[in-house]
Ligand binder design. Structure first.
Ligand SMILES: [Zn+2]
Length: 245
């Protein structure tokens, strides 16, 4: 995965998505501070770094589900009970927050659809990635044109799960490396499960970028729910949208 990653940066970007003109996207690091919605200055900060006005920045009350909504110019600024969205409207920025769950960005350069999804184990297990791809196809995309980028999340090195949760994934995924036993503990590779779900839905492997940087390992770069053990000090954002010409 080619995240354009310079030390000390507050925003990471995908090499693949950076090739598209007028597309604005990024994944914040902890250097940008706590970007959770509970920080009432966070939306203004997003406006400052992206150039989108606050009223065109769409945020979500995330619930680890698989609902994807379509956003247009009349949508409200906060979407209730929702973990993903798609839009073709110019001038709208879709923003989710994460701290170990995987942020996933979607692009179809042909239909100009962009999407975003918050995919933790629950959302992934409920099929949020496949749901997004189905939604994009309903809105005119062809699977061969869709690209996706999986942003920084807790990686297989650190994501230790219960036998019960592991079983959900071994029954859903064919890839034997999605669930691994290491030193008597079970490790889940969420990014791998997301890749498999996308490929099963018809996405070409060359159109998928999976960030291999781990939010739990990289304390210098990321907040991590797991590392901070319920005393989370902040969240990162992921965002995507078309800027106005
Ligand atoms: Zn790790």
């Amino acid at each position: 995965m080619a995240l354009l990653n310079t030390p000390g940066t507050s925003i990471l970007q995908s090499g693949m998505l950076s090739e598209t003109n007028e597309l604005v996207h990024g994944f914040s690091t902890k250097l940008l501070g706590n970007m959770g919605r509970e920080n009432k200055h966070s939306t203004q900060k997003i406006a400052d770094i992206t150039g989108f006005p606050q009223e065109r920045i769409i945020r979500f009350h995330q619930i680890h589900g698989n609902r994807i909504v379509s956003i247009n110019n009349t949508s409200t600024r906060i979407i209730e009970q929702c973990d993903g969205a798609v839009t073709a409207s110019v001038g709208i920025l879709l923003v989710i927050t994460t701290a170990d769950c995987a942020p996933v960005l979607f692009l179809d350069p042909c239909t100009k659809l962009v999407g975003i999804a918050h995919a933790g184990w629950r959302g992934t297990y409920k099929g949020i990635i496949a749901t997004m791809i189905t939604k994009m196809i309903e809105m005119g995309s062809k699977t061969e044109d869709i690209c996706l980028v999986i942003g920084p999340h807790i990686a297989g090195c650190c994501y230790i799960v219960s036998a019960k949760r592991a079983k959900l994934f071994t029954s859903m995924c064919k890839d034997p490396l999605t669930v691994n036993k290491l030193d008597g503990k079970i490790h889940l590779d969420l990014g791998r499960a997301i890749c498999e779900q996308a490929m099963k839905a018809g996405i070409q492997s060359s159109h998928i970028e999976n960030t291999l940087t781990c939010t739990n390992c990289r304390e210098d770069q990321f907040f991590s729910y797991r590392r901070e053990q319920g005393k989370l000090s902040g969240k990162m954002i992921a965002y995507i949208g078309w800027k106005k010409e």
